[in-house]
Structures are given as C-alpha cells and as structure tokens.
Design a protein around this ligand. Structure first.
Ligand code: BMA
Length: 829
C-alpha cells in the first residue's frame, strides 16, 4: 500500500496529502491489474506493462484503438493521521481526462466532466483516520460525446479535419477535452484517459487559496501592483494572509465568510526593472510569495506595460503589440501540445522546444485552440525566455453547443484559466477560438441554417468576452483567429487590411510560393507548408520496406488528405525530382523552408503594415509529415534553421518588384542601424561580380529600401548573393535570391569539405566548397543543433559552424566526426 506523504506543518494549519504516485489500473471490461503512475495516462501504463505496442510505430494507431473504447478505473489507498484531519478538507484534482466518477471509501463523492478545469471537492468528514481508498472510474469519452450529440436538439457537426486513415471520428465539441486527442491533420488519434494535473487532499484551518492575480499600472518611475486574492472559506472566521515581493511584505488579518472571498492589496514597486520580449531587452522577474496560514504559493512577475493596438489608420486598422511604449513586430509560430501521449509532456521537453523558439529569434508563440491550456511551468518558461503568448481558448474548427449546462461549465473553465494565468508577463492576448467563425461555412448543416449557428456561436463568444473583461480587464479579448474584429464575421482567410489572417492558399490550394506576395496581412497568425519529418525520425516508426512516400505506413503518418502528393507535386514545380527516398525527405525540408521564407521575408518587409508573422506550426505531437519546423523530439528541421535567419532582428531581404529586385533592410530594434550592404550577381559556375556596395540606414523599428537591382543584370545561371555588416564591420547576415525556380539551374556537382577544429575547447566545423553549393546542411547523430544550416556556400569562402548539444550532453569530438553527414541540393538528384 502506498503511504501518502503529508506536507506543511501542523502549526500553520495547512497541510496536504499528496495523491500523486503509484495507483492501480483495472477495467471492468478486461482481466488484469496494472500499475499506473499519476499524474499520467492509461496508454503509458499499458506500454510500460507490455500490454500495447508503441502507438507511434507503423500503423499501431489502430492496434491500440481499443484502449480508448474501454472504461478504466484507477485506485489507490492512502493513510490519514489525526493531524491531517483537524481542519477542512479539499480534494483537488485538475486535468482529469475526462468524464469520471470519484469514490472515496466506496462512496460516490464527486464527478468530473471537463479536463480543462480544476475541481475542488469538499472532502471534510469523508476522509477516515487510518486507511482510505480513492477510486476513479472513467467513462468511455467517445460514447458519452456521441450520446450527447444525439440528444442535442439540432445537429452540431464535429470537425472532419482528422478523418484520414479510416478513423471513425469523435464528437469532440460535446466534451471538454483536448480536441486533437481524437486526431488532427497532423495528429494521431489516441483519445487518452488519465489525470495530468494537481492531485492532493488539502487541509485548511478555515479557508484555502483559490487564485492570486496581479494587475500592473505603470507610472513614470514606479509600478502599482494590485494583488487580487480569492479565498474559499468553509466557515466564518479570521485568517491571516501575507504577500511578499521585492523586499516588501503586506500582512493582513481578515474576516472571511463561507464561500468565495475576494481580497485586494496594493503595492508600489519603485524604479522597476522592466521586462521585455526576447530580442528587445532583459526579462527580470520579481517573486511574489503569498502565504495563507502556511499555504504558500509563488509567482514570478515581469513588469511590463502591454497593449494590443487596434486603431483606425489609413489602410483600415492596425493590429500590433506595444510593450513599454515600443511597437514590436511579433515573430514566431503556432504551438500544439508537446506530445500526443500526455505523460510525455514534461518540463524538460517543453523547455527544450521553447529554447529552440528563442534560438530562432522568436518572441511570440500562439497556443492553438484545438490543444490545451498549458501547465504552469510552460508560462513560467515563457516569462523567463521572453516569449509572448497569444492564448486561444480551447475551441477549434467546429461549432459547440450553447445550452445553459455547457456554457456554465465553460464559464468555470475559462474563469479559472484566466485567473490562473493572468499574472504572467508573457500572456499578450486572450483569443476566443481557432477558426470557429470560418468553420460555419464548412459543413452542410451549418451552411443550410447559417442564422442558427451564428446565433449559437455568439452566445459562447460574448460570454468569453465578458469573462475576459471581468477577470482581466487590462488585457484584450480577440474574438477568434482569424478575425477581422468585434462582431465582424467576414472572411479572415483573405482580407488583409485589418485583424489577423490565416493564409492557407499556398498549401491547401496549391498556389505558387509567389502567392504569399499577393497578400499584405496586418498580422499573419497562420500559414504553413509541410515537409516530411527527418530521416532519423522516420527510421523510428518504419521498417526499411515502408520507406516510400506512398507506403501505407508513410500514408498513416500523413494526416492531411493528399499531403504527400502535395509535397511531391510541389517538388516538380520548383526542383528536379530527387533520386531516392532519403533525398526526397531532405528536399521536402528545403522546399518547406523556401515557402515560409518567401512569406515571412516579404511580410516583414512591409512593416509597419505587417506587425506579426506566426507560421504554422513549431512542434509535432508524434512523428509525422507536417508543417512543423521541429521534428517530434525537438530536432531542428531545415525550416527552423531558416527561421533563425529570416527572423534576424536586422535583416536584408530580396523582394521582386516588376523589372527589379529590391533589397529591403528590416530593423526590429529600437535604434536606427547603419549597414553596409554588399550585393553580388553570382553565377552557379562560381564567378561573381559586385553590383552594389554601400552603406545604408534603416530607422528604428522600420523597413527601408537599400538597393534596387534590375532583373536584366541577371543572366542564365545567375542569382543574387548579398551580405551585410554593421558599423563595426562585423558580419550581420547573408542571404540570396534566385529569380527562377531551382530546377532551371544546372547546378554544379560541388564537393563540400568539412574540417573540425577546437576553439576554446568547443568543436567548430569549417565548411568550404569547390563550386557553389546550396542548402548545405550538416547533421550529426547526436541531440543538439548547429549554429546555422541550409547554407549557400561559394568557393573561396569559409563558413564556420558551432554545435550546441542539448542540456547535459557532452558529445566527444570522435562522436561528432564519425556521425557527421553533409547534404546539399545538388546531391538530391
Ligand atoms: C489551421 C489550424 C489547424 C490545422 C492547420 C493545418 O488552420 O488551425 O486546424 O492543423 O490549419 O491544416
């Protein structure tokens, strides 16, 4: 029997019996008892017990599908000492996934229904001295969802986004659970069951903490903090609470009454050290310690004034972020849950992914509405790393019910989430949903009765808006992504004068990459292009005979109908066809990088019109062909290397303009910059001539034309190669531009040479070439990433790369050298 550990001290009045740890797992429908670690999920327990194979391998998705059609029960014993019981008890369970009945000592004491909520059940008088048994019985979510959908007065279609590979589909709009658990157009369908959040029995003398929120009002040299604490009191009485921050402590004795009590305290921080997004300044954090009679919570507060500026301008309306008075262009990507198997979402995994975002010069991540509200450590990491968060509420791509019961449940969910997260400096925007407005035009049912579904939509949307206005008035609510504004239900996939844009015509409608330059978004919050996941990742889920783009296994690991064909067909448009499977995988990543580079370089160059680009998507939930720039597991695909360059704060990009190629300087810093731009017309035979070499100036936070090269200067086999240096002569970057598709160039068979050396003990890889070589990419079979990749190498120049191993790893020079692999475009055919 597991013995529960009590925390807190008897004197303080607060203590906890932790319920995390070893539980047993059974099913009324199956034989056997297994162990399960909670917080955790059933799939992980069954994998560990050898009951199911790796769901990510081959086509095992269907092999393990029975798991989510089975009801599961978890159970454990715990002991309570007299000291654990001399107060009021709360059973706190959060992220219970999903519909469950909770039995304490065989008595049904509570039910859960919503994986996005924290449940606090009164367990006073129900926990016995000595041995207790807690049992949680989970229903089969898909069956409950179906029954609810059938009982609803009119049909509400669920998203068909994930119905590839013969999947049955789940009415995910009738249950509050991570929508992509049922699969998505990049996601496996596992429909996991489990508990992923806090699990404890909390003993309070009279009251417990519910939430602590911190509002900031910025003055000239000080910040006023308003700390709003919600307590739940079981009885009337007096309690003592304190808040300590920056060397100041407020202690207050208050009389509480049964139910919710709201306390407000004010503090002034003088000479505040301001928090800035990545690339704009530091991220100082002040620790706020709240102590309610021994129940201690800690929050880290970044002091910054954040505004989302939506104002009329000569185009239509701005859509931009202003931090501490400075307009800042958002650069980043969309985030989906870090793994399809919830137990695998851990702090180190998430930290690694977010650090890769920062390494690619990103300053914003959008947490997409078909995934989850992320755990506390996610937002702590973003505060620490300077990543702003566009936070969707969890609704995506379909209509949801708007009856009283559903809205009441969502009201609690969203109120709790806003109260949990609002103190974080990183949260920039609350957004109602992902693509729900647009989805009204996707389904036969919604198209046949648009008034009904629009009215249904507005009930939820207006409730979400009111919650944000009431709970976090300093932050903006944005109705949907994409949206054109308040009560504006027009097409956010093409209008580019206001609001945020999802531009999908290049991937989903097979338009050319140049089509990205036909739209001029104010803020592009989604656009993407797929590639295959890297070869070493493909090897983890295939047998050698599966390594073919139209094999059943590769098609199973492509969840967007026709996706592999789209990748291959696009290759025919831009490249010569690759020689074999491995080269095709590599070329697919070149192609993906090129598509997104085309979009982002152009949109950034239109600044201040466009003040944000978030490509779809940064991560994967399992190994799959997708739009992600990081492989499942965190390895950098070529797009991620290219993102680091196209998101450079001081960048120079080529934009075709009729008969010219315009070289535009982009400056995202708050100071003006002077760069010396050197432009060469280079030929694939290795010859080049300088056509421009001049100093140019780019104002603070601006884009400016630095040079204009007539296209007529470029003959057959020519391309532009340009580099720029700062005032101190230091190289700031290099870039190139091919006026025609690569397939039209007779690329030479370049021999790229790599030499390792050691600089201050760190391994450095020097690359040279005898002829021009493109998208030169070094890789090693070790976790980590190079300082750069997907490089253009010209003869007579040396490019040096360093390798950053993942935390904790210390690769030997031998391991680096023996696993080094170089690839480049010419080698693919
Ligand atoms: C979007 C997203 C997701 C989807 C992606 C790719 O618009 O919101 O629903 O995965 O497109 O199709």
């Amino acid at each position: 029997m597991a013995k529960a550990k009590a925390v807190g001290s008897a004197r303080s009045g607060y203590s906890e019996i932790a319920l995390s740890g070893a539980w047993s797992l059974t099913s009324p429908a199956r034989k056997g008892t297994f162990g399960i670690a909670l917080p955790g999920d059933v799939h992980t327990a069954l994998i560990d017990a050898g009951e199911i194979p790796d769901p990510y391998f081959g086509a095992n998705e269907q092999v393990v599908m029975w798991v989510n059609r089975t009801p599961w029960t978890v159970e454990r014993n715990f002991e309570a000492a007299p000291a654990d019981l001399d107060g009021y008890l709360t059973l706190t369970l959060s992220e219970v996934d999903c519909i469950a009945r909770i039995f304490l000592n065989n008595e049904l004491i509570a039910e859960t229904d919503n994986a996005f909520r924290r449940y606090d059940f009164d367990a006073t008088g129900k926990v016995l001295e000595g041995l207790n048994t807690l049992r949680i019985e989970f229903a089969v979510t898909r069956d409950v969802a179906k029954a609810r959908a059938e009982a609803h007065p009119f049909p509400i279609p669920f998203t068909k986004n994930y119905l590839t590979n013969g999947l049955e589909g789940v009415h995910m709009n009738f249950v509050r659970k991570v929508a992509c658990h049922a699969g998505w157009d990049w996601g496996i369908c596992l429909m996991p069951t489990g508990i992923y959040g806090r699990m404890a029995i909390r003993k309070s003398r009279i009251a417990r903490q519910e939430s602590v929120q911190v509002d900031q009002a910025h003055g000239k040299k000080s910040v006023e903090l308003q700390i709003t604490t919600r307590l739940f009191a079981f009885a009337e009485g007096s309690v003592e609470i304190s808040h300590a921050i920056d060397g100041q402590t407020i202690t207050d004795k208050v009389v509480v009454r049964p139910g919710e009590n709201v306390l407000v305290h004010n503090l002034t921080i003088k000479n505040p050290k301001l928090w800035w997004p990545n690339g704009q300044g530091e991220q100082p954090l002040y620790e706020l310690v709240t102590d309610l009679e021994g129940e201690v919570t800690r929050r880290r507060i970044g002091l910054r004034k954040l505004e989302w500026v939506i104002e009329k301008d000569e185009i239509d309306h701005t859509f931009k972020v202003r931090v501490n008075g400075r307009d800042i262009t958002m650069m980043g990507a969309n985030w989906i849950p870090a793994d399809a198997i919830p137990s695998r979402i851990t702090e180190p995994v998430v930290r690694d992914l977010l650090e890769s975002a920062v390494a690619a010069n990103m300053n914003m991540i959008r947490i997409w509405g078909g995934g989850q509200y992320e755990p506390d450590y996610f937002y702590d990491l973003c505060d620490e790393l300077g990543i702003l968060i566009w936070q969707d509420f969890m609704f995506a791509c379909m209509s949801y019910p708007s009856n009283r019961e559903f809205l009441d449940d969502v009201r609690v969910e969203v109120t709790q989430q806003v109260r949990r997260l609002s103190h974080h400096a990183c949260i920039a925007l609350w957004c109602g949903d992902n693509e729900v407005i647009g989805s009204l035009t996707w389904y036969d049912e919604t198209k046949a009765n648009p008034e009904r579904y629009l009215a249904n939509y507005d009930r939820m949307s207006s409730m979400l808006q009111q919650i944000v206005e009431d709970e976090d008035p300093a932050r903006r609510f944005w109705p949907s992504s994409p949206s054109l504004g308040y009560l504006d239900f027009s097409d956010g996939w093409h209008s580019d004068t206001r609001g945020d844009l999802h531009y999908w015509d290049v991937w989903h409608s097979a338009k050319s990459f140049e089509a990205y330059r036909t739209v001029n978004p104010r803020f592009a919050s989604e656009f993407g292009f797929q590639s295959f996941t890297s070869m070493n990742v493909i090897e983890t889920f295939t047998n050698p005979e599966d390594r073919n783009p139209s094999s059943p296994v590769m098609e199973n690991h492509q969840r967007n109908d026709g996706g592999n064909a789209r990748i291959l067909e696009t290759m025919c448009r831009y490249f010569r066809f690759p020689a074999d499977f491995e080269q095709m995988v590599f070329l697919s990543q070149i192609q993906q990088g090129l598509a997104i580079k085309t979009a982002i370089e152009y949109w950034r160059s239109t600044k201040p019109r466009c003040m944000g680009t978030l490509y779809w998507q940064i991560n994967d939930t399992y190994p799959v062909a997708s739009w992600a720039s990081l492989d499942y597991g965190g390895q950098w695909k070529l797009l991620h290397y290219m993102a680091r360059r196209f998101y450079l704060p001081v960048n120079v990009v080529a934009v075709p303009d009729k008969e010219d190629i315009v070289l535009k300087g982009i400056n995202d810093t708050a100071d003006k910059v002077e760069v010396t731009l050197d432009v060469q017309v280079a030929n694939i035979d290795g010859k080049s001539k300088t056509v421009h070499s001049k100093r140019g100036r780019i104002g603070p936070n601006a884009a400016a034309e630095l040079a204009r090269i007539p296209l007529s200067k470029l003959g057959d086999g020519d391309f532009l190669f340009f580099s720029w240096t700062g005032e101190d002569g230091r190289s700031l970057g290099e870039n190139d531009y091919f006026p025609r598709a690569y397939k039209y160039y007779d690329l030479p068979e370049a021999r790229v040479k790599a030499t390792w050396s050691s600089v201050e003990g760190a391994p450095v890889l020097a690359l040279t070439t005898d002829r021009p070589a493109f998208f030169v990419t070094a890789s090693v079979d070790l976790p980590g990433h190079f300082s750069d990749n997907a490089l253009t190498l010209l003869p007579g120049r040396e490019t040096r790369l360093t390798f950053t191993p993942r935390k904790g790893a210390k690769p030997t020079q031998k391991a680096l050298s023996s696993t080094l692999r170089l690839r480049h475009l010419r080698e693919t055919y």
